[in-house]
Design a protein around this ligand. Structure first.
Ligand code: FES
Length: 79
């Protein structure tokens, strides 16, 4: 979907730029030209920037859980 009509920038291009390291609207403007003319695309581009940053950060989160204890047979069932 086109986000910036002035420069023909799509949401996919913005997501890719953020995944490649762009972390601000200033960087998106410098790399893609988004929001560099009329500015109407600014709110949507910012939303895509934030959503993509959250997704990328969430993908890096790992949770260390303790090992699951081995199941043992109860004493009453062993006999
Ligand atoms: S729509 Fe992006 S600068 Fe105009």
């Amino acid at each position: 979907m086109y986000v910036c009509l002035c420069n023909g920038i799509t949401d996919r291009q913005i997501r890719q730029a953020v995944e490649d390291g762009a972390s601000s609207m200033r960087e998106l403007r410098r790399q893609l030209g988004v929001c560099g003319n009329c500015g109407r695309c600014g709110p949507e581009a910012r939303e895509i920037l934030c959503q993509t940053q959250c997704r990328v950060a969430a993908e890096k989160v790992t949770i260390d859980l303790p090992p699951v204890p081995a199941l043992t047979q109860p004493a009453w069932a062993a006999g």
